[in-house]
Design a protein around this ligand. Structure first.
Ligand code: DUC
Ligand code: ZN
Ligand code: ZN
Length: 455
């Protein structure tokens, strides 16, 4: 064996049991009790949990946005991922008018491939159907291994918004080729109306970012999207769900049999909109904004009871000087926060304190994203799968601070948050990439994940 991890508490999506894992050629080769085999590296995981690597299904690395580019490129973003126990990231690449899906994905892949420290996949954002020709490329995209497309209901000025007819065409074509449609749901016209009014009235602080896009603005769009997906029976993945009303509508439709999947993010589980009243409120500006306590509680309930399918980050950090562009005008704050290194530690700490179970954390952060997005080799401690493995010490206490994170962002909204329990080792396909607070991986080691269609 190349690697033997002994005596850990192995976590699957259904159970926790004591056992050993043998790894050979990057794959899980054996799982058993008291495996007594020669191995090049033997790890004693006594008193520790051993889990499948996290999958962050939502990142924006090196993303041109808000008048700049997000602060983490593929190297620093995936380095931070590794140090938070995330072994696969799904980055969003953006198709622009006149461009095709494959050329968009391949251009991004060329940037990512030499830098990626963990494995990576892409969702392709669709902004323009090129008169319909783009839809004809969806099959080729699926054959290539990119089996998810994304639409925005917002960002009109930025040329990213699609109308309902375009969204419906994407839903239908994606279903036909065995792909899934992801959606950012907020109502653009109401946001524009609110923003114009606040700016006229001189209401320019980060608090008005929240008030211009409050709960009902997201809920309308969630419900509209659910209506279309349900009506045409096409799979829909709603990203970064943040409001109670939209959540409940989506969960109800899902439980009634509609092919709907729901993602939320740690920032919506931890904070409330009150953060926008803080002096550093602009650092929390992301869209959709963080909502009120009722939404936060509803999201936790759905995280625990299965209503929510995945937790991912929407990692899209901007430096403090860029956030400061909006100190006198919230519309100039680039939208997004860092989170890629905090996802798995945060959800596992929730398990460690008994808020959810460890298998549930594995479902949300690994098994479900792997299943929903067709990563057949990932998301589970099973013989034959990729040896993407995290060793987690339930006793290790870490207080998050910008100085002990591995992103290039110069601040973190998680500053000062103490977690009991923390990853101590991360393996990607059997290779150690993180150990005890240090990145020990290699840029360029990460591989493109070719995904399977859903039919
Ligand atoms: N929201 C953000 O906050 N950042 C990136 C894109 C998005 O939809
Ligand atoms: Zn979004
Ligand atoms: Zn996003």
């Amino acid at each position: 064996m190349d690697l033997l991890i002994r005596n850990g508490m192995l976590v699957t999506e259904t159970e926790v049991f004591r056992g050993d894992i043998g790894v050979q050629n990057g794959k899980i080769a054996l799982i058993g009790a008291s495996l007594d085999l020669p191995a090049a590296r033997v790890v004693d995981a006594g008193g520790k949990y051993v889990l499948p690597g996290g999958i962050d299904a939502h990142t924006h690395l090196a993303m041109p946005f808000g008048g700049t580019v997000s602060a983490d490129g593929y190297l620093s973003g995936t380095r931070a991922a590794a140090c938070g126990g995330v072994t696969t990231v799904f980055d969003y690449t953006m198709q622009r008018k006149g461009k095709g899906v494959l050329e968009t994905v391949e251009a991004r892949r060329a940037l990512c491939d030499p830098e990626a420290c963990v494995d990576y996949a892409f969702h392709c954002i669709v902004t323009d159907l090129n008169g319909g020709a783009l839809l004809d490329e969806f099959q080729a995209s699926v054959d290539y291994g990119v089996t998810s497309f994304k639409c925005f209901f917002v960002y009109k000025k930025e040329g990213m918004m699609v109308d309902d007819a375009t969204f419906l065409k994407v839903l239908l074509k994606a279903r036909e080729v065995g792909a899934i449609t992801n959606l950012h749901a907020e109502n653009p016209d109401v946001i524009d109306m609110n923003v114009a009014q606040f700016l006229r009235e001189g209401k320019t602080s980060a608090w008005y970012h929240y008030l211009s896009r409050p709960e009902f603005v997201e809920a309308e769009a969630d419900k509209r999207a659910v209506h279309w997906a349900k009506s045409v029976d096409a799979p829909l993945y709603i990203v970064h769900m943040a409001d109670q009303e939209g959540l409940e509508a989506a969960v109800a439709a899902k439980r009634a049999g509609a092919p709907i999947f729901i993602e939320t993010c740690p920032q919506y589980l931890e904070f409330t909109c009150d953060v926008y009243k803080r002096p550093d409120g602009r650092n929390f500006v992301c869209s959709p904004p963080i909502k009120g306590e009722e939404s936060r509680a509803a999201l936790w309930k759905a995280v625990a009871d299965g209503g929510i399918d995945t937790v991912a980050t929407d990692h899209c950090p901007f430096q403090s000087y860029e956030k400061d562009w909006g100190k006198d005008d919230f519309t100039r704050i680039p939208n997004g926060c860092a989170g890629i290194e905090n996802l798995y530690p945060y959800m596992l700490a929730a398990a460690n304190e008994g808020k959810i179970t460890f298998p549930r954390a594995v479902q949300l952060c690994s098994a479900n994203p792997a299943r929903i997005f067709g990563c057949t080799e990932k998301g589970s401690l099973t013989v034959g799968k990729d040896a993407d493995i995290v060793v987690y010490d339930p006793e290790k206490v870490v207080t998050i601070s910008v100085g002990n994170m591995h992103s290039d962002s110069d601040h973190t909204i998680w500053e000062g948050k103490t977690l009991k329990g923390y990853p101590v080792e991360t393996y990607v396909r059997g290779k150690l990439v993180y150990r005890d607070g240090q990145f020990v991986g290699e840029p360029g080691y990460g591989r493109f994940v070719k995904r399977a269609p859903s039919k």
